[in-house]
Design a protein around this ligand. Structure first.
Ligand SMILES: CC(C)(COP(=O)(O)OP(=O)(O)OC[C@H]1O[C@@H](n2cnc3c(N)ncnc32)[C@H](O)[C@@H]1OP(=O)(O)O)[C@@H](O)C(=O)NCCC(=O)NCCS
Length: 184
């Protein structure tokens, strides 16, 4: 999937593409398991840095219940998107998405576009009605990014996660198949 954008109203163009993970992405996945600075607010302690290798061997991070897609910008790996299955009632399977951009790719208009692309991709290839995304109250970049990607704030999830020494609230956003399309 490709798109050329001019986020600064200048002659700077980006070619943003999503692609499946490759063997060469495993060092980044391993870093995400152990590098607190890279992960930022979503850091929940060390996890097994060998797990990505196993998952990649199993299904290339393209599972029926979720996976990862890489984000390339002008041919360089800029980060990744994830999606996973969630359930509210017995017939209500939906997706939850997540995103991590490498620090040097943040704040350039890539995050919201990548998440909008991901919604288009999931609505095109799976029958879900709903895609949700959670974030933290202090993550202003992700909140703005989700709204620009067509998500709406649903509310505060009280004591949603134990992180950095205490129970903390989360914010839940969603985009429905029937919500207005977003031009990215
Ligand atoms: C959160 C993240 C995906 C946002 O993507 P991004 O490419 O950096 O953000 P964008 O350039 O698309 O910006 C979207 C909006 O957020 C604003 N924004 C970007 N960085 C910001 C920051 N650090 N503080 C406040 N606002 C910020 C932008 O100005 C823009 O709003 P505007 O159109 O009103 O100006 C990205 O920064 C990231 O990967 N961060 C680390 C991992 C993370 O937090 N993931 C989400 C976990 S829930």
């Amino acid at each position: 999937m490709a798109h050329a954008v001019d986020p600064f109203g200048q002659a700077e163009w980006m070619d943003i593409k999503m692609r499946p993970a490759e063997e060469g992405d495993l060092p980044l996945f391993r870093r995400m398991a152990v590098d607190r600075d890279l992960v930022g607010n979503d850091w929940h302690g060390f996890s097994n840095a060998r797990a990505p290798e196993r998952r990649f061997a199993e299904d290339g991070y393209l599972g029926a219940d979720g996976g990862r897609l890489m984000i390339d910008v002008d041919g360089e790996t800029a980060g990744l998107l994830s999606w996973g299955a969630k359930q509210f009632g017995p017939n209500s399977r939906h997706w939850e998405i997540g995103i991590l951009l490498l620090p040097e790719f943040r704040g350039r208009g890539i995050g919201w576009r990548a998440q909008a692309m991901m919604c288009d991709y999931l609505f095109e290839h799976t029958p879900v009605q709903r895609i949700q995304a959670g974030t933290q109250p202090e993550n202003i970049a992700e909140q703005k990014s989700l709204v620009k990607a067509g998500f709406q704030l649903e509310g505060v999830i009280r004591a949603a996660e134990f992180r950095a020494g205490q129970w903390r609230d989360g914010l839940l956003f969603s985009r429905l198949r029937t919500d207005p399309a977003v031009a990215w």
